[in-house]
Design a protein around this ligand. Structure first.
Ligand SMILES: [Zn+2]
Ligand SMILES: [Zn+2]
Length: 308
């Protein structure tokens, strides 16, 4: 059995999802007015409740909430919870029927009390988002105020850009870890042999899925192989790393019994289109200057002549 080097245990990855959100008329107006330090609510035409942020429809009776009002920046703290990222409170703003969920800013959480008076505090530079209203601070002397009719409202913010980012670690385990460690440190591509069917499996794995037996020896594979199947990609799509046309291929490395998926490159657009790569074409890996420990350390496979 070949000795195995220390393996790469984990690799950090990120899924990023940029998207846009349409705020709607009421919430769009609420967000736009935060930049002017005004809090906009909506009164239900049917049941007369006032809710903030302004909503197009009443959450209680489903009635249309087409009357916008300016809500005072003062209110009463009705509940709160302490989190890693600060204190989240329910604030009953004066003249409203439903408490607003928002940040409570205080140096000493132990000073908070149900029923305490609070007032809004504003971001130094508004950006047209919820956090233009930075949060609520203690205001023991703030008098109780009333809602007022909203006049001269700004145009609603129609669309918001969001970006969700999820960081995670992928655990490779012994077999993938050994493969990627070899690729990173010594440009070795390593598979494992099944003791029963003698197939060499790449990527390496603990069991042969044909024979259901544990795999055995580690086998070094060359970075040359044969194209088993291929297709020419002509369409463009989000996240594409190579401008089309390019060749996507199933490649069987010499001595391997399984195929890996990679691109065949170093071709002109005309060569890619005209079938310069076909089943049976011999190819060789072109290694990148990057050493990340993955198959992307191979930039692409290039076509080599049969006699090489
Ligand atoms: Zn209602
Ligand atoms: Zn087997």
């Amino acid at each position: 059995m070949t000795t195995t080097p220390e393996t790469m245990d984990f690799k950090n990855f990120q899924i990023a999802m940029p998207y846009t959100l349409t705020a709607g008329h009421a919430v769009g107006s609420f967000l736009a007015e935060l930049a002017h330090q005004r809090i906009i609510g909506a009164r239900c035409a049917k049941c007369d409740t006032v809710r903030v942020p302004a909503q197009d429809f009443c959450g209680d009776c489903g009635g249309e909430s087409n009357e916008f009002v300016v809500v005072p920046p003062t209110g009463t703290l009705t509940a709160w919870t302490v989190t890693d990222q600060g204190i989240i409170g329910l604030i009953a703003l004066d003249g409203t029927s439903v408490p607003l969920l928002h940040q409570v800013i205080t140096a000493t959480p132990s000073d908070l009390q149900v029923g305490m008076r609070v007032k809004a505090t504003w971001a130094a530079e508004p950006v047209g988002a919820m956090m233009d209203l930075a949060g609520f601070v203690s205001a023991p002397d703030a008098p109780v105020a009333q809602v007022e009719p909203a006049v001269d409202l700004s145009s609603p913010i129609e669309q918001l850009d969001y970006r969700m980012e999820l960081d995670y670690e992928h655990a490779y385990g012994h077999f993938y870890g050994t493969l990627f460690d070899g690729i990173k440190n010594s440009r070795r591509i390593r598979g494992v042999r099944c003791p029963s069917c003698r197939n060499v499996l790449l990527p390496p794995r603990p069991m042969c899925e044909a024979c259901y037996v544990p795999t055995g020896d580690w086998i070094d594979l060359p970075d040359t192989g044969i194209v088993q199947a291929c297709s020419v990609v002509h369409i463009e799509f989000v996240g594409q790393r190579i401008p089309p046309p390019y060749v996507y291929a199933e490649i069987v490395l010499e001595g391997s019994s399984t195929r890996l998926i990679h691109t065949v490159g170093g071709l002109s657009a005309e060569e890619a289109r005209s079938g310069a790569v076909r089943p049976g074409t011999r190819v060789k890996a072109v290694w990148s200057d990057r050493r990340t420990g993955g198959l992307s350390d191979i930039d692409y496979f290039e076509v080599v002549a049969d006699h090489e």
